[in-house]
Ligand binder design. Sequence first.
Ligand code: E4P
Length: 222
Amino acid sequence: MKIFVDTANREEIEQAASWGILDGVTTNPTLLAKEMERTRKGYRQILEEICQIVNGPVNGEVVSTDSKGMVREGLELAEIHENMVVKVPMIPEGLKAVKRLRQEGIRTNVTLAFSPSQALLAAKAGATYVSPFVGRIDDKSGDGMEVVSQIVQIFQNYNLPTEVLAASLRHPVHVVEAALLGADIATMPFSVLQKLFEHPLTDIGLKQFLADWEKTKQKIVG
Ligand code: E4P
């Protein structure tokens, strides 16, 4: 499963990339607005900088709600870098834009997907990725992982090439469940990515190993 980080924060992306486990980045208008406010940079500069750090898909989202506007914005976003993926909301006008952008050779991610039927339509329109928002479904007393499971099953049934990008993940168990279900990608906030490393037995074990080695007064190098 590929791992994406869901942030526009340069420092977080640099750190995640330095760990050697980062396959891509997702942003959304909320995340970009936050970063623009924090850095006083424009959206384009922020996305350009992210593309320099990460050698993989970088998602930027359109903000128009009519297909013409979405296509115009999508072309603009795609022009930033060859790794840009255009996020389009899961509405009829969005799917029209997906089809059009696909004809231009531009990869798309249908976002704000909350049901298997929406994901099926996104795949039929030719989306490269579809993003079921697990945490937001759970927030409304639904079962976000069941939605991911059904989407994975449907795409397998019909050999649909659209990749399932499990989004709105809130904790490490979400990430593990997405992997067990066969989601192609999991995108998560930097804080969740950090938590994937953590296990108390790792810390206890390392402390013990270092204490035992210290007693020998030996060095491995020089
Ligand atoms: C994904 O592309 C979205 O930006 C993201 O996962 C939304 O997550 P949230 O529900 O935590 O805002």
